[in-house]
Design a binder for this molecule. Structure first.
Ligand SMILES: O=C(O)C(=O)C[C@]1(C(=O)O)C=C[C@@H](O)C=C1
Length: 356
C-alpha cells in the first residue's frame, strides 16, 4: 500500500469511528423519544420530512441530495425500528414498484406484508393487522388507479404520506438478443407505458399481460424464448439479465403512491390535503363548491372525478390542495365547502413529497 493510500484510509477509519459514535448517540435519543410516544404512533412522517428537507438544504456536496436522502432514510428507518417494528402492507410479490415505493418511504427496517390486491392492503390497515399500507394512486402516463380511488371513498383509513417513484422499465431476459424472443410478459399498465418502444423494437412479438411485473420476471427467468418488462430490482431478484434499459415511452414516467394508516399527521410546514366531495345536483354546483379554495388562495394540485357508485350522487371529485387541514385558509375553505357540498370526506393532510 502506498503511503498516500494508507493516509487516506486511516483518515476514513477515524471519521467512521466518529460517525459510529454519533449514529449510536442518535439512535439512543430516538429510543428515548419512543418511550414518550404513549399513543404508540411511532412513525411521524411530518418529522421525517422536516429532517430530510433541512439536511438537503444544508447539503454542500459532493454527495447529491438524493444520496443524502437515501442515507438519512436508512438511518431513520433503523432508529424507528429501535422504538418499535412497524409493519407495512403493499401489493406484492417482492420486486413490484409498490415494494420499491415502500422501501423508499420506510427504509429496510420494517416488517413487509405482501398482498395480492390493493383491497387487501386497505383491509389489513383497517383491521389494524398492518400499521401502514402503500397503494398506487396515479401514474403520470396512464392516469388514475381507479381501484385505489374507489377504496379511499369507502374506507376509514387516512392518508399519512405520499411517495413519488420514478418508474423505469427494462426488458429482462436470459436470451442474448431480441430476435430470440417470442413472447414478452408484463403487467398491462407497464405494457402500455412501453407501447411506442414495443411498436418500434418488438413488432410481431406476442405480448402477454400478467398480475405483476415481478410475476412476469419470474416466468421469463424460467421460460426459454421469453422476456419480461420490469424494474432493475426485479431483474436482480430473479437473477435475470437486463437486455434493454429504460424502455418506457416517457423518461419522466412516475407513479404516485399513498401511505394509508389509522391516524392523522401533524403539519410539517409543507403539506397537502386530500378530500372527496360531491356536488348538489343543480346548475353551477361544482364551480360554486370549489370556489372557496380560490377565494382563500388555496392552490389545487389535483381534481379527478369518479362515478360515486352509491346511487346517491352521480360523481364524486377527488381534490388535492396545498396546505394542512389545520392551516387557517384550508380550514376555512373546508368549512365553506362543507356547507355547499352534498358530501365531504377529508382523507388526510400529509407532507408534500419532493421529487427525488
Ligand atoms: O422524532 C421522532 O419522533 C423520532 O422518533 C425520531 C425519528 C428519527 O430517527 O429522526 C424516528 C422516527 C420518526 O418517524 C421520526 C423521527
Amino acid at each position: 500500500m502506498t503511503d498516500e493510500l494508507k493516509k487516506l484510509r486511516d483518515a476514513i477509519d477515524k471519521i467512521d469511528n466518529e460517525l459510529l459514535d454519533l449514529i449510536s448517540k442518535r439512535a439512543s435519543l430516538a429510543s428515548n423519544i419512543g418511550s414518550l410516544k404513549t399513543d404508540g404512533v411511532i412513525y411521524r412522517p411530518e418529522r421525517e420530512a422536516q429532517v430530510l428537507r433541512r439536511l438537503v438544504e444544508q447539503n454542500q456536496g459532493p454527495l447529491s441530495n438524493e444520496s443524502i436522502e437515501s442515507i438519512y432514510k436508512s438511518i431513520m428507518s433503523n432508529c424507528r425500528a429501535l422504538e418499535k417494528q412497524i409493519s407495512v402492507a403493499f401489493l406484492g410479490p417482492l420486486g413490484t414498484f409498490s415494494e420499491e415505493a415502500s422501501m423508499k418511504q420506510f427504509g429496510e427496517s420494517i416488517v413487509s406484508m405482501q398482498t395480492s390486491s390493493i383491497d387487501e392492503v386497505f383491509h389489513l390497515v383497517e383491521s389494524h393487522k398492518a400499521h401502514y399500507g402503500v397503494v398506487p394512486v396515479e401514474n403520470s402516463t396512464e392516469g388514475a388507479i381507479n381501484r385505489t380511488l374507489d377504496l379511499l371513498l369507502t374506507s376509514n383509513t387516512l392518508i399519512c404520506a405520499e411517495i413519488i417513484l420514478p418508474v423505469h422499465h427494462n426488458l429482462i431476459s436470459n436470451e442474448k438478443n431480441l430476435s430470440s424472443i417470442k413472447k414478452i410478459y408484463s403487467h398491462a399498465q407497464s405494457l402500455s407505458q412501453c407501447h411506442q418502444w414495443l411498436l418500434n423494437h418488438a413488432p410481431g412479438i406476442e405480448l402477454q399481460s400478467v398480475s405483476s411485473n415481478a410475476e412476469a420476471t419470474k416466468i421469463a427467468s424460467k421460460e426459454k424464448g421469453t422476456a419480461a418488462i420490469a424494474s432493475i430490482r426485479a431483474a436482480g431478484l430473479f437473477n435475470t439479465p437486463v437486455l434493454n434499459e429504460n424502455i418506457e415511452d416517457d423518461p419522466k414516467n412516475s407513479t404516485r403512491f399513498l401511505v394509508i394508516s389509522n391516524h392523522e399527521v401533524k403539519p410539517s410546514g409543507l403539506d397537502k390535503t386530500s378530500i372527496i366531495v360531491a356536488a348538489k345536483n343543480q346548475p353551477g354546483a361544482i364551480a360554486s363548491m370549489i370556489e372557496p379554495f380560490a377565494k382563500n388562495k388555496v392552490s389545487m394540485t389535483k381534481l379527478e372525478s369518479r362515478p360515486s357508485k352509491t346511487g346517491l350522487w352521480e360523481y364524486v371529485f377527488f381534490i388535492d390542495v396545498e396546505g394542512h387541514m389545520t392551516d387557517t385558509k384550508v380550514a376555512l375553505s373546508l368549512k365553506e365547502i362543507e356547507s355547499k357540498a352534498s358530501f365531504l370526506k377529508v382523507l388526510g393532510s400529509y407532507p408534500q413529497s419532493n421529487l427525488t
